[in-house]
Design a protein around this ligand. Structure first.
Ligand code: DON
Length: 306
């Protein structure tokens, strides 16, 4: 299959739809991003890279970072993490608080904001806040095979200044005893992980271990066990797009994780890791054109897991 022709065709077909959706504006720095951008990158398990559009323009990783921080937390806490966070889709918005009250402060899954905040708290059992961010950056740079990755401090600051909802989630969970560290420290780590600037090429490279049974097929480095990679993919499939997860599985059929920066990481197990980016979001906060692009890709390649 000529994957370069496939991505070129997707970018060409979506050219006139650039700007669809609504850029996230609840984080003021993100509202400044030009909505007419679109990029796609595929890194295959045999190390080939195919790109089209704005594939080397950095964007804010936002919630896609939750996949990588979860991987780190499972590395330090192991299965004990699951006592503090569930593995069920929430059917609610990514920043919803409602289920926490009836469910003892235990978030439904590690990809909604409440769950990702617990994951950060778990990482702080092993590292001080600055070390946790350092560890995350080392991990991201090594997975992306690119030492130039940086956190966008203006995005982290913007989110710190306006993160009232996340502060509420963190304090609420603390009241149930499911947050063990200072709320500001936990959120400091969370906001910085979300503020990583990354492009489609780097992101598709960083996700490659999930397409290759936990082992980076290019460096040969084992990131997680095959069993853990399978489980992270299962969570991405069922929970990676919040209350849009069912729809994403229906249309695309790949484990995926979205972010409000407009990026989506999708994994075709045994085949490739794919990153798409377009800042305009649909009603549930996932990239509008990114979702369409992945549906086109899945249709053309037959890569759906179903
Ligand atoms: O906490 C937040 O609201 C953002 N840092 C991340 C949310 C996000 O990316 C949701 N994804 N679609």
């Amino acid at each position: 299959m000529d994957l370069q022709a496939v991505v070129d065709d997707i970018a060409a077909k979506l050219a006139e739809r650039r700007g669809e959706g609504k850029v996230a504006d609840y984080i003021p720095e993100l509202a400044k991003v030009d909505p007419k951008q679109f990029g796609i990158a595929i890194t295959t398990v045999d190390g080939r890279v195919f790109t089209a559009g704005d594939a080397t323009t950095p964007f804010s990783i936002q919630s896609i970072s939750k996949v990588f921080m979860l991987t780190l937390a499972l590395g330090t806490a192991g299965e004990a993490l699951w006592k503090r966070v569930g593995r069920e889709p929430s059917g609610s918005a990514f920043n919803s608080i409602v289920q926490l009250e009836h469910e003892h402060g235990i978030p439904r899954n590690p990809f909604i904001n409440a769950g990702a905040i617990v994951v950060c708290d778990q990482v702080l059992a092993s590292y001080k806040p600055k070390e946790a961010i350092g560890e995350y950056m080392r991990f991201m740079r090594s997975l992306a095979d690119d030492d130039s990755l940086l956190i966008d401090r203006s995005v982290a600051k913007s989110e710190t200044e306006t993160g009232f909802r996340n502060q509420a989630l963190a304090n609420f969970m603390r009241s149930f005893g499911n947050l063990h560290h200072d709320v500001d420290h936990v959120l400091g780590v969370y906001f910085h992980q979300c503020a990583l600037a990354i492009n489609c090429v780097q992101l598709s490279r960083a996700g490659l271990f999930l397409a290759a049974q936990g082992r980076d097929p290019i460096s040969g480095y084992s990131v997680v066990s095959a069993k853990r990679a399978r489980r992270i993919n299962a969570l991405m499939l069922t929970c990676g797009h919040y209350d849009g997860s069912g729809d994403f599985a229906f249309h695309v059929g790949l484990p995926g994780k979205s972010g409000v920066g407009g990026g989506i990481l999708a994994i075709a197990p045994g085949k490739a890791s794919v990153a798409v980016w377009s800042p305009g979001l649909n009603k549930v906060g996932n990239s509008a054109l990114g979702s369409v692009a992945l549906e086109m890709l899945a249709t053309r390649t037959g890569w759906s897991v179903f």
